[in-house]
Design a binder for this molecule. Structure first.
Ligand SMILES: [Zn+2]
Length: 277
């Protein structure tokens, strides 16, 4: 799959839980942090390989897939065998996987690198994203955005900063903000929301030497002030847990819908999530 790293520089159904990624965490999602330690980072593609993007008349729709833990046990967890089938499907059907910067470019210019695109996101940064998802991400060359809770860096079930850095070295995985403490933003005062948004961005910007562009709202919950505060904090784009195809013209930059991947999906159901016509 061709990538344009120049830019980087810069169902669904009854099972849908309104509780988003707040499902109870248990030890079954924990796994060894050493399994993936021997993975070799791959070299980034050269900038010169970037192809021109295609202009579209209709407002572009982008399917943003939402994953959490790659394990099993509840409706938010997708077993690794299923995750592998799905990533294999994207690879086999020549889907172009977007980074945050590429998604922003797509919405801003109404252009896509090709018609079949998808943005793969994973919330909460569980340790199994490293031990289980990363080998699959590398095998099928899937660009992935992991939404990180910055105060969870030392939680045993979540990715450490060292693991984050190892994953980034693959040039396939990037990290964006899922706030500091994973609180329901709609229950906070403006001042508290501002702190959650600003402090998590600053942490990621400093630790990862990047300009963090994406805010993923915990449990998808926001109030009337959230979009304005996210913009003020310096984010360019915000994603929710509302089901549907992301479309900036319809939803705005800070309230984009996502497609939830649940366990036991058929291939046909998974394919339906990707239809961006
Ligand atoms: Zn979450």
């Amino acid at each position: 799959m061709k990538t344009s790293w120049a830019l980087v520089g810069g169902l669904m159904s009854l099972m849908l839980l309104t509780s988003g990624c707040q499902a109870k965490k248990s030890n079954s999602a924990a796994s060894s942090s050493t399994q993936a330690a021997s993975l070799q980072p791959v070299k980034p593609k050269k900038q010169s390989q970037a192809k021109p993007w295609h202009q579209y008349q209709k407002n572009v729709n982008i399917p943003i897939l939402m994953y959490h833990s790659i394990s099993q046990g509840n409706s938010l967890r997708v077993p690794s065998a299923e995750f592998e089938q799905q990533m294999n499907y994207l690879h086999k059907h020549h889907y172009y996987t977007l980074t945050t910067a590429e998604a922003i470019r797509a919405f801003k210019t109404n252009q896509l690198p090709q018609k079949k695109v998808v943005w793969v996101t994973m919330d909460d940064a569980y340790k199994d994203n490293y031990t289980k998802a990363l080998p699959i991400i590398k095998k099928y060359h899937i660009k992935t955005t992991i939404n990180y809770i910055t105060s969870f860096a030392k939680h045993h079930n979540h990715l450490t900063l060292k693991q984050v850095q190892k994953m980034r070295q693959t040039h396939l995985v990037e990290f964006q903000s899922h706030t500091v403490k994973h609180l329901d933003l709609n229950e906070l005062t403006d001042q508290q929301q501002e702190k959650e948004l600003t402090d998590s961005k600053r942490w990621l910007d400093q630790k990862l030497h990047q300009d963090t562009q994406l805010i993923c709202y915990p449990a998808g919950r926001v109030n009337n002030a959230t979009a304005r505060l996210a913009k003020q904090a310096g984010y360019k784009i915000g994603i929710t847990t509302e089901p549907g195809m992301a479309n900036v013209k319809q939803q705005g930059w800070y309230n984009l819908k996502r497609q939830r991947v649940v366990p036991n999906m058929t291939t046909a159901a998974f394919a339906t999530l990707l239809q961006n016509n």
